[in-house]
Design a protein around this ligand. Structure first.
Ligand code: Z5A
Length: 212
């Protein structure tokens, strides 16, 4: 039977540069002989991508309420975990996901103010105890991230929230990383792309590859 692969998630606020790092990490791991599957949240499968478009497109006639937003995040996550992530890990592949469950704690929990107990109850229904082997939290000051995003153009529905919302999210990501040092690494994402890549590769080498 194939050895189980490992699951790495990339998390952080707007413009933290995590999406830029996904193909860099994938290349780094492929060069070391791993089969790598890259995905994202919300989305990553045909049906989960349909949920993503409901989540990220602002409907001028009807606001998505916070509870619906939370339920749709978990509907998309259940679909992604069951149909893509678990089967890929069972085949011995490495899965890289641009965002995962920690984004729900940060955005719906710290950002929208939904109780962590509510989030934990839904997580249990959607994915049970399933969790990443390693989470990389990309940290940049909110103003730096926003400036990077502005240079990219139009904001989606969630990105239209105010600066205080994004400050709460950044604090949540940082606090979570510092309080879960065994499974989460905090990456300073302010320097240039190559410097951030080098820091990430060092963490992956130490946490995942040295156990091979
Ligand atoms: N969301 C949620 O609320 N709850 C959940 O449970 C989940 C998600 C899973 C998904 O949006 C939204 O869903 C997200 C959270 C919410 N919303 N918000 N707001 P998305 O997938 O469309 O986008 P994103 O994940 O928020 O961000 P992104 O667009 O993928 O950007 P990024 O990963 O933070 O950064 P990037 O695309 O790699 O880089 C942004 C720009 O900066 C780009 O021009 C790069 O070239 C540049 N860049 C990158 N790195 C650097 C460095 N190091 N220096 C300088 N410039 C850089």
């Amino acid at each position: 039977m194939a050895q189980r692969g490992f699951f790495i998630t990339l998390e952080g606020g707007e413009g933290s540069g995590k999406s830029t790092q996904v193909p860099v990490i994938a290349d780094f791991l492929r060069q070391r002989g791993f089969e790598v599957v890259c995905t994202r949240e919300p989305g990553g499968t045909k049906l989960a991508e349909q949920i993503r478009s409901v989540l990220l497109t602002r409907d001028p006639d009807e606001d998505l309420c916070d509870t619906s937003e939370l339920l749709l995040m978990y509907a998309a996550r259940a679909q992604l975990v069951e149909t893509l992530i678990k089967p890929s890990l069972a085949q011995g592949k490495v899965v890289l996901s641009d965002r995962f469950d920690l984004s729900t704690i940060a955005y719906q929990g710290a950002g929208r103010g939904i109780a962590l107990e509510t989030i934990a109850a839904l997580r249990q229904v959607a994915i049970g105890e399933f969790a990443p082997d390693l989470t990389l939290v990309f940290d940049v000051p909110v103003a730096v991230g926003m400036a990077r995003m502005r240079s990219r153009g139009k904001a989606d529905r969630i990105e239209q929230a105010g600066a205080a919302f994004f400050e709460r999210i950044r604090t949540c990501f940082r606090d979570y990383a510092l309080s879960h040092p065994e499974t989460v690494a905090l990456i300073d994402a302010t320097p240039d792309i190559a410097t951030v890549s080098a820091a990430v590769e060092q963490v992956i080498t130490a946490r995942c590859l040295s156990k091979e």
